[in-house]
Design a protein around this ligand. Structure first.
Ligand SMILES: [Ca+2]
Length: 506
């Protein structure tokens, strides 16, 4: 095998940073814990946007959502934006994505066509005739569903059919299948483990690693797991793995939203009306009454969520074992993270939404480099997921394009602890004018500004780690707020790449 480095990138979807064995002994993630013991845990990693498509687009472009164009769910990454895979291909690497993509919306139109749509999920002829790559991935095998959702396919559905699971429609809701979600009890999903997409993903990725080994070729491989994203459902034995005692339940603290923007307050009102924010007419994640997250029934959902995390960890373990068994671990950088977090009842919130708490913005993150120094260490240095593309290229000694916006973390991945960032930025433009917020986070503080709004948030993460006292309008924090407003401005200015140097005086 040649000694050029490879990259194995593993992600989950909507994975709360606390739901890792090393952060919470009640939850079992033995394989990720092992990876962490051999690598570095980053305790302060942040997503550039707390929803799927924008962050996933950042992960393959090294750009913020305001730069790459896929600014919220239901939009797509324009095909002319250069991608990480294309740069790896130019460097002689094979590139593949297995699992969830979500660079495109579930519906396209003539001007903005999409291929991640229901009419393409079962169309084998379409995918058999697909030519070229998909956003820089020369191998692309995907599925779009989370658990029982109808968006089954394309490649996972073909695999189910080829494996002889003739009754696969029994496990998925209409229109793809016939499963009646209402019959589900305690998150127990009747799909057998061997037909679950975790099994498909693990098998396909392990086969691909074997292929890379046999062909002695370098690779960038992204294994993108769809769990533990809602709907909360997992097959046995994972569904019954956790009891109520294992769950860390958190609840709204009375009065905690009093100094918060109106949408936060409305979430706690069973009749909260969010119509004023729905300018696109599309569904808005989180902008709805969220009292469900305080009910006992929600505990059952979290038990399933934990089971989804542990089942995914199991599949990740199979992939990591294969990497080891093939002798590839010695020259492969492994990075594990997720695209954004999840609310498990804290602040009175469930799932996700435009509420920039640590639950949602902060993500679990592990890097493991071959011959890494300080294995098993933990870093509280700030890092953003937007940093990954250029770090992957740089780690592999490939040219980093000037057009990327992140920071190169190669030396830190190798074990050096010199801080590389003093802040991270999070963008959120879920509705063009009405749900539009930007967040600046530094070592101690977090500031969130809402477009054209007088309200905002200022959290002192050192004095108030649970984020219960919004200091935005607190006179005692006026000077700090002014300073942070300036720093946010600097961060906005400094993030833009410099596409070329000045070549001459004029
Ligand atoms: Ca997601």
């Amino acid at each position: 095998m040649n000694d050029k480095p490879n990259v194995l990138f593993i992600t989950t979807d909507e994975h709360h940073w606390k739901c890792m064995g090393y952060n919470h002994p009640g939850i079992k993630t033995p394989n990720l814990d092992k990876l962490a013991a051999q690598g570095t845990i980053f305790d302060r990693a942040y997503c550039p946007n707390p929803t799927c498509s924008p962050t996933r687009s950042s992960l393959i472009t090294g750009l913020y959502p305001s730069q790459h164009g896929c600014y919220t769910l239901g939009t797509k990454l324009p095909e002319d934006v250069p991608t990480l895979g294309e740069y790896f291909q130019k460097g002689g690497y094979r590139t593949s994505l297995y699992g969830k993509a979500h660079f495109m919306p579930l519906r396209g139109n003539e001007e903005f066509p999409s291929y991640e749509t229901p009419d393409h999920f079962g169309d084998r002829e379409f995918w058999d005739n697909w030519e070229g790559d998909f956003y820089g991935f020369d191998t692309f095998e995907t599925t779009r569903n989370h658990t029982t959702e109808a968006w089954v396919g394309p490649h996972y559905r073909f695999w189910l059919e080829d494996k002889g699971f003739e009754n696969w429609k029994d496990w998925y809701i209409p229109t793809a299948g016939t499963y009646d979600q209402k019959t589900q009890v305690d998150g127990i999903w009747p799909i057998p483990e061997e037909a679950h997409y975790n099994t498909w993903l693990s098998e396909r990725v392990r086969n691909k690693l074997q292929e890379h080994k046999d062909a002695d070729e370098n690779f960038f491989l992204w294994a993108s797991f769809p769990d533990p994203h809602t709907p909360y459902a997992v097959p046995e034995p994972w569904a019954s793995m956790y009891s109520e005692e294992d769950i860390v339940r958190e609840y709204v603290v009375p009065g905690e939203h009093d100094a918060n923007p109106l949408p936060h307050q409305l979430t706690q009102d069973p009749n909260g009306n969010f119509d004023a924010y729905k300018t696109s007419g599309m569904g808005n994640h989180g902008y709805r009454p969220q009292t469900f997250s305080q009910n006992d029934d929600f505990t059952k959902k979290i038990q399933a969520y934990y089971g989804m995390v542990s089942f995914t960890d199991h599949a990740i373990g199979e992939i990591l074992d294969q990497l080891e068994d093939l002798g590839l671990a010695d020259n492969t950088l492994v990075v594990f993270t997720t695209d954004h977090g999840h609310f498990l009842g804290k602040h009175g919130l469930g799932a996700k939404g435009a509420f920039h708490y640590e639950d949602l913005l902060k993500v679990p993150f592990i890097s493991r480099a071959p011959q890494q120094k300080n294995a098993g260490g933990r870093s509280d240095n700030l890092i953003s997921l937007v940093d990954l593309p250029q770090t992957f290229l740089s780690y592999c000694n490939l040219p980093v394009p000037r057009t990327m916006s992140g920071v190169d973390f190669t030396e830190m991945f190798k074990g050096d602890q010199t801080p590389l960032r003093d802040h991270v930025l999070v963008q959120n433009r879920h509705e063009v004018d009405t749900i539009f917020l930007n967040t600046y986070v530094n070592e101690r503080y977090k500031l969130t500004v809402y477009f054209n709004q007088p309200h905002g948030e200022l959290w002192d993460l050192q004095e108030d780690p649970d984020e219960l006292h919004n200091r935005w309008a607190d006179p005692a924090y006026a000077e700090i707020k002014a300073e942070l407003m300036l720093k946010l401005n600097f961060a906005q200015m400094g993030k833009d790449p410099v596409p070329m140097p000045r070549l001459f005086g004029a």
